[in-house]
Design a protein around this ligand. Structure first.
Ligand code: TLP
Length: 343
């Protein structure tokens, strides 16, 4: 029985061609900034984002945490959305590594309201932590891959400027946002002081993320990358996978989005399963299972026995993610098995 693994787009394995590109990559010591492939990747990212400088890092978590540290001082406060990755899935790193506190705000489908953000900014007073940074996530993972409307980003950017705050974008899946909205990565990046992008999600590279920002910011980020043990040597081997992924797997994300939509619509018709179709904008489908007697973890276990893997995202929510290895037939088969199961 073939297993259809919808747990995450991080599960993709490098293709033969990607492996060949990696095997033949020119390399040097990147801690000396002498790896030509890493340097080429960073230059490509500067062009893509319109930023002055870029830094290749090992993971999305490292990209976010290096950025948080490079923007803040211990005791500062960081405004974020309450379901964001930085707050929920990075092992409490902002407190441990940057000694900052997070100020999570509720958002609609992961989108913060500019007025709420403004109200959350602390006045300058010795009772309060100093608000220093706002982080946004695009697409928003826990909300089901929702795309941040550019108008909302602009509003938050404007007030951040007025209050002299920095803006960081967790753009692990900014690729998907760009394909879904038709808005370029560069246009999104304009409104942020730093942007992180992951190569190891929908783009299908095995390892690696990148941060882009001003020269000053990236210089500070360089120091934190080293401090976190993230200075890599012949990293061109993995940077070559990232370059290959950008060149071959970016445009095709539209296919993943179409498949997620087909899956979401079919699941929403089944008894006991509800999908808020408004949130299905890219490659993530969040399935509400609260009408079932069984919890999401038990349903996930039952489905795994039938060859379909999804993640229980909460006691009443499953997540299914489409990616490079998921075909139209896999979607049909998933729908077929879910139909049988729902009855
Ligand atoms: N997300 C993973 C899990 O950690 C939940 C997934 O399967 O979706 N930002 C966002 C928005 C992410 O979704 C992720 C990974 C990261 C950052 C962190 O990336 P890595 O795993 O490379 O540290």
């Amino acid at each position: 029985m073939k297993t259809i693994d919808l747990r995450s787009d991080t599960l993709t394995r490098p293709s033969e061609e990607m492996r060949r590109a990696m095997a033949s990559a020119e390399v040097g010591d990147d801690v000396f900034a002498e790896d030509p492939t890493v340097n080429r990747l960073q230059e490509q990212i500067c062009a893509l984002t319109g930023k002055e400088a870029a830094l290749f890092v090992s993971s999305g978590t490292q990209a976010n945490q290096v950025s948080v540290n490079a923007h803040t001082q211990p005791g500062d406060e960081v405004i974020c959305e309450e379901r964001c990755h930085i707050y929920n899935y990075e092992a409490g790193a902002p407190a441990v590594l940057s000694a900052v506190q997070l100020h999570p705000l509720p958002g609609k489908y992961g989108i913060l309201d500019a007025e709420d953000v403004e109200l959350a900014i602390r006045p300058t007073d010795h009772h309060f932590a100093q608000t220093r940074l706002i982080t946004l996530e695009n697409t928003h993972n826990r909300w089901g891959g929702t795309v941040y409307p550019l108008e909302e980003i602009k509003k938050i950017h404007k007030l951040a400027k007025n209050h002299k705050l920095k803006m960081h974008l967790d753009g692990a899946r900014l690729w998907n946002a760009s394909i879904a909205s038709g808005i370029s990565i560069k246009e999104y990046a304009r409104y942020f002081d730093s942007v992180s992008l992951c190569f190891s999600k929908g783009l299908g590279a095995p390892v690696g993320s990148v941060i882009a920002g001003s020269k000053d910011f990236i210089e500070r980020a360089h120091r934190y990358r080293k401090l976190y043990g993230g200075g890599m040597r012949q990293a061109g081997i993995i940077a070559a996978g990232a370059i290959f992924a950008m060149e071959h797997n970016f445009e095709r994300l539209a296919e993943d989005h179409n498949r997620a939509r087909t899956l979401a619509e079919a699941i929403n018709e089944l008894p006991g399963f509800v999908v808020n179709l408004q949130t299905v904008q890219t490659n993530i489908v969040i399935i509400d299972t609260s009408l079932n007697d069984k919890g999401a973890a038990d349903i996930a276990a039952d489905l795994a026995e039938r060859g379909i893997k999804m993640i229980a995202f909460s006691p009443t929510r499953l997540r299914a993610v489409t990616h490079l290895h998921i075909t139209d037939e896999d979607i049909e088969q998933t729908i077929h098995i879910l139909k049988e199961y729902a009855q």
